[in-house]
Every structure is written in structure tokens, then in C-alpha cells.
Ligand binder design. Structure first.
Ligand code: ADP
Length: 190
């Protein structure tokens, strides 16, 4: 079982690299952003609350996210080779919860951190906004999401460094080159 936490700022390429990893290693992909957007699409009351938070670039509360992850892990198929956690954890509290949940099922995870310069992040997200139709891919919200990332998500790097399962990847390169770096890490670990 190989669980990978793919971390990085908005626009760092988590979704793209997750796709490559899924294809190459046959892992399952859990994108919490996709789960939340699917809830919004149902038009439910919960979806409306989530929409208000996401479209402003704010995080969804930890307790709401916990339910999503708990449910996912409890229902993993027996033949699952592992999961890429894309977009979770995003706070130190979420990292602590995930460690505990994985432990409960005798699992662990490595953390791969995609490091990308801020100017490039903004450029990529503005480009994505032209086609994604995502309410949060506009300049003001992008800047806020990056600030939220620095404040709330970046500290989890120290959490995983401290736990000895942290790997940094230079995400400024072209997509295939970034994937090569990720492959080297995974092939050493699996
Ligand atoms: P990106 O990382 O490119 O901003 P995502 O699709 O991963 O995009 O996430 C979009 C939004 O969904 C985030 O800005 C946040 O509001 C919400 N979200 C996703 N995952 C989490 C999480 N683990 N905790 C809280 N909010 C989350």
C-alpha cells in the first residue's frame, strides 16, 4: 500500500501530477477540491455553504473535511494499491487527523511537496481561469488563496519533516520533468 500526500500551493500542478501518478502506478486519486465541487453541483444546502467559502478562496472547516476523509478511508476497496491525497491535508489539524486515521487502518503515507514560484502560480491560475470556469480562478481570489496557503497549509511541511516522510520537488519545471522527480521518490519508497 502506497499512500501519497501531494501538497503544494494552488496552481502548483497537484491535479496534473496526480493524473500521471494514477496512470503509472494504478493508485486511487482523492481530490478534496473535486469532492467539494461535486457537492456544490448537487445544489444541496451543504453545497451552498461550501460554495460561499470556496468562491472567496477560503478553506472549508476541518470538521467538515474530516467526514469526507473518514468516509473515503473506511470504504477503500480491498484491492486498493494506495491513494494520492490531492488537496488534503491543508492544515496541521487535518494532517494530525489523517495520520491517526491511516494508523487506525495500519497505513501510513509519504508527503510530496510541489514547490513553485509565486509569479508562476499566478500566471498558471489565470490561464486556467480562462477555461476552468472556476469561480476561484480570478486574480483577487487567487492572491487570497495563495495567502491562505502560506498561513494555513505551508506549516504542514514542518509537520511531515518532523515525522521523517517529507519530500520536496521543484515544480517550476515542465510537467514531464516534475513527474520524473516524483517517480524517483516513489520508486525509492515503494
Ligand atoms: P487548488 O489547490 O488549485 O486551489 P483545489 O481543487 O484543491 O484547488 O481546492 C479548491 C478549494 O476547495 C480550496 O481553495 C478550498 O476552499 C477547498 N478545499 C479543498 N480541499 C480542502 C481541504 N482539505 N480543507 C479545506 N478546504 C479545502
Amino acid at each position: 500500500m502506497l499512500n501519497i500526500i501531494l501538497c503544494g500551493a494552488p496552481g502548483s500542478g497537484k491535479g496534473t501530477q496526480s493524473g500521471f501518478i494514477v496512470e503509472h502506478y494504478g493508485l486511487q486519486h482523492l481530490s478534496t477540491g473535486d469532492v467539494l465541487r461535486a457537492e456544490i453541483a448537487t445544489g444541496s444546502e451543504l453545497g451552498k455553504q461550501i460554495d460561499t467559502l470556496i468562491s472567496k478562496g477560503n478553506l472549508v472547516p476541518d470538521d467538515m473535511m474530516y467526514g469526507v476523509i473518514e468516509n473515503y478511508i473506511a470504504n477503500l476497496p480491498a484491492d486498493c494499491k494506495g491513494t494520492i491525497f490531492d488537496g488534503y491535508p491543508r492544515t496541521v489539524a487535518q494532517a494530525e487527523s489523517l495520520t491517526k486515521l491511516l494508523k487506525k487502518y495500519n497505513m501510513d503515507a509519504i508527503m510530496i511537496d510541489l514547490l513553485v514560484d509565486e509569479q508562476l502560480l499566478i500566471q498558471r491560475l489565470i490561464e486556467r481561469g480562462k477555461v476552468s470556469g472556476r469561480a476561484d480562478d480570478n486574480l483577487n481570489t487567487i492572491r487570497h488563496r495563495i495567502a491562505v496557503y502560506h498561513q494555513q497549509t505551508e506549516p504542514i511541511a514542518h509537520y511531515y519533516l518532523h515525522h521523517g516522510n517529507y519530500y520536496a520537488v521543484n515544480g517550476n519545471h515542465m510537467m514531464p520533468d516534475v513527474f520524473l522527480q516524483i517517480k524517483r521518490i516513489i520508486d525509492r519508497e515503494k
